[in-house]
Ligand binder design. Sequence first.
Ligand code: ADP
Ligand code: TRP
Length: 330
Amino acid sequence: METVVSGIRSTGHLHLGNYFGAIRNFIQMQHEHQCYFFIADLHALTTHPKPEDFRQSVRKVLVEYLAAGLDPEACTLYIQSDLPQIPELYLLLNMYAYVGELERCTSFKEKIRKHPDNINAGLLTYPVLMAADIIIHKATKVPVGKDQEQHLEMARNFVNRFNHLYQTEYFPEPHAYNFGKELVKVPGLDGSGKMGKSEGEGNAIFLVDEPEVIRKKVMRAVTDTGPGNPGQEMSEPVANLFNLLSLVSTKDTVDYFKEQHDKAIIRYGDLKKQLAEDIIMFTAPIREKVREISANDDYLEQVIALGGLKARESAARTLKEVRAIIGFTN
Ligand code: ADP
Ligand code: TRP
C-alpha cells in the first residue's frame, strides 16, 4: 500500500479535465491505497478571490468531489487550510528551493504572461506549497494531469536536497501518477491546448453543466473546414473532439466516426451531437448527486471535520520529525 496525495484548487466548478486527469484516479485509488485528497484553497488565493466567492468555491469543490465518487470513509478528505502544518512545512521548504528554478517554472512564466499586473510571491513559490502538500504525508504517488508533471519534478528536487543536506532518507520521492500509465491532457473545446476553467468562455465543460449548456458548448466547438481527402490526417481541433469522444463514448462509436473521417464522409454536426449526448449521459449521475449532497450541510460539515482531524494527525507526525531533523529544540 502506498501513500497518495492530490488536490484541486478551489477556483470554481470541476470540469471534465479535472475529472479525467485527476478525480478518476482518486476514485480508483481510494480503496487500494492510503489516500489524502484535499481542496487547495491556499493555492486559490494567488488570484485574490472575494471572501464570499472563495467560501462558495471551496463548498462547490467539496460537493463535486463527493458527487463524483470520493468516499470519505475510504480516503481522507480535507481542506488544505485546515492543516496549519502545511504552511509551516512550506516555510521550511522555501529554504531548499532556489529562486532561479522557481522563475524557470513553466506555469510561473505562463502566469506572468497572462497576469503581468499580479506577479505575487505566492505564484513564484506555488510549487513549494504544492511540494509541502505532498510530503506532509510522505506521499509517493500523486494522481494529476499532465500539466502538473513539472511541479512533481520540482517536489522531487526539494525532497532530494533536504535528504542530502541532512544525510537522511526521510522523505520518499513523489511521482505523478495515472492508472493508464500516461498522464492525461484533456483538450478544450476551442481547438487547441487544454481544458481549463481560466481558458475562456466555452472551452471547458463543467460536471454540473445542464444538458442544454453542454449541447451548446459542444456544437460551438472549433473544427475545420472539412475532412479533405480520404485517409487524410486529422486536424488538431478535430483530433481533440475525438479525444473527448474516446473518454465518454464506447469504442464502437469512436470507431464508427473514425471510419467516417477516414472515408472523408464525416459530418462534424453528427459527431458533435453524439459527443454532447455521451457527455450528458456520463455526467448525469454526478449532477444528480450534486443536487442531493449540496442540500445536506450537516453531512458536509461532518465530512470535513473528520477529514481534517485525520489529516492533521498525519501532518503533525511528519512536522515533528522534520523539526527534529532540522535541529529545532522542543
Ligand atoms: P484548472 O486547470 O482548471 O485551473 P486545476 O489546475 O486546479 O484546474 O487542476 C486540478 C487537477 O486537474 C490537476 O491534477 C490537473 O492536472 C488536472 N487537470 C486540469 N485540467 C486538466 C486537463 N485539461 N487535462 C488533464 N488534467 C487536467
Ligand atoms: N497545483 C495543482 C493544480 O493546479 C493543485 C495542487 C495543489 C496539487 N497542491 C497539490 C495537486 C498537491 C497534487 C498534489 O492543478
